[in-house]
Design a protein. Sequence first.
Length: 410
Amino acid sequence: MHDLAIMWDWAAFAVRWLHVVTAIAWIGSSFYFVALDLGLQKAPHLPPGAHGEEWQVHGGGFYHIQKYLVAPENMPDRLIWFKWESYATWLSGAALLMIVYWVGGELYLIDAGKADLELWQGIVISAASLCIGWLIYDRLCKSGLGAWPTMLMLLLFVLLVAMGWGYNQIFTGRATMLHLGAFTATIMTANVFFIIIPNQRIVVADLQAGRVPDAKYGRIAKLRSTHNNYLTLPVVFLMLSNHYPLAFATEYNWIIAALIFLMGVTIRHFFNTMHAGGGLPWWTWAVTALLFLGIMWLSTTAMMRDSPETSDSTPLTASQQVFAQAEGFQDVASIVPGRCAMCHAREPFFEGIRWAPKNILLETEADIARAARQIYLHAGVSRAMPPANVSFMEDPERAVIVAWYHGATR
């Protein structure tokens, strides 16, 4: 049974790898088509219905691209759909969320200092919340606000900030930032699945039937695609934030997330304006820098006790008690603090470390019982910890950790 931890860790790694690869494909194609769309040029020789064209060079060849605002006169023999990148990114991300924050929920999901919830309740909130954003956002887009894109974007920003604050009332800092990213990514993928692709299918069906397609379907899809364009960079930040306590383990993590959404707007505005031939609005980088300085300041104003392992008074769960009562635990409890607590402490004293990496604490017996799986994987099975073996953990000590974990999971 002890091999289950290794299998789960490799499963998480494989799914994370898949998630990153598919996200690169989705973001790459998305940014490419936005830049292409903004750079289209009018030309006198364009065929009927064509909006613009662009010549590009890449990989030693020339590409001649034309865009039709609605559809060409005749259906082409071969039509490539850009949708699977989005679907695969969301599905792999959902799987990763389940592995890390549902299966590993005792450590990473619920903050007992914020909400007295059972793990299953946290999982239900986690799953249900991802759908709420899409339902609200979709209703807003289909209302009269669709004709007021700026107001719609402001309301979307308010929705995202409110969700960030709400997540932070229940979840750990890591889970707050990750779920806000998943919440946003769900809106983006739902835009593709429920709006952009179905609208394009309607246009294709009309074309195949000899009908003139309605231009409104393209306008609706374009609005959703524009929203996705401005949300992409904040989602990437939120997905990376769980590696940096300065981003997630602060009292103002939800405000940091809000400022990141604003940075996504300023950065994309620069590139969108440039690609559209509107010049180089360098002021956007000044605003971006000021926002980032604000984030840095917020991250150091106060650190919060982010997850259950930060408080030694929080009772151990049943599974954690198994590790605390297993044979060899006292030996491990005498090894780990001496080798690891110089960094993984409430007040680290290792030079250059101000907060425990990933907010994992290893000072007390309760801390060690809570982090049993991480200790086993990072200091027992592998030599990831201590980094560069700076505290000189010896092989017999690692063997003690492995024997203790195996005994507890036998």
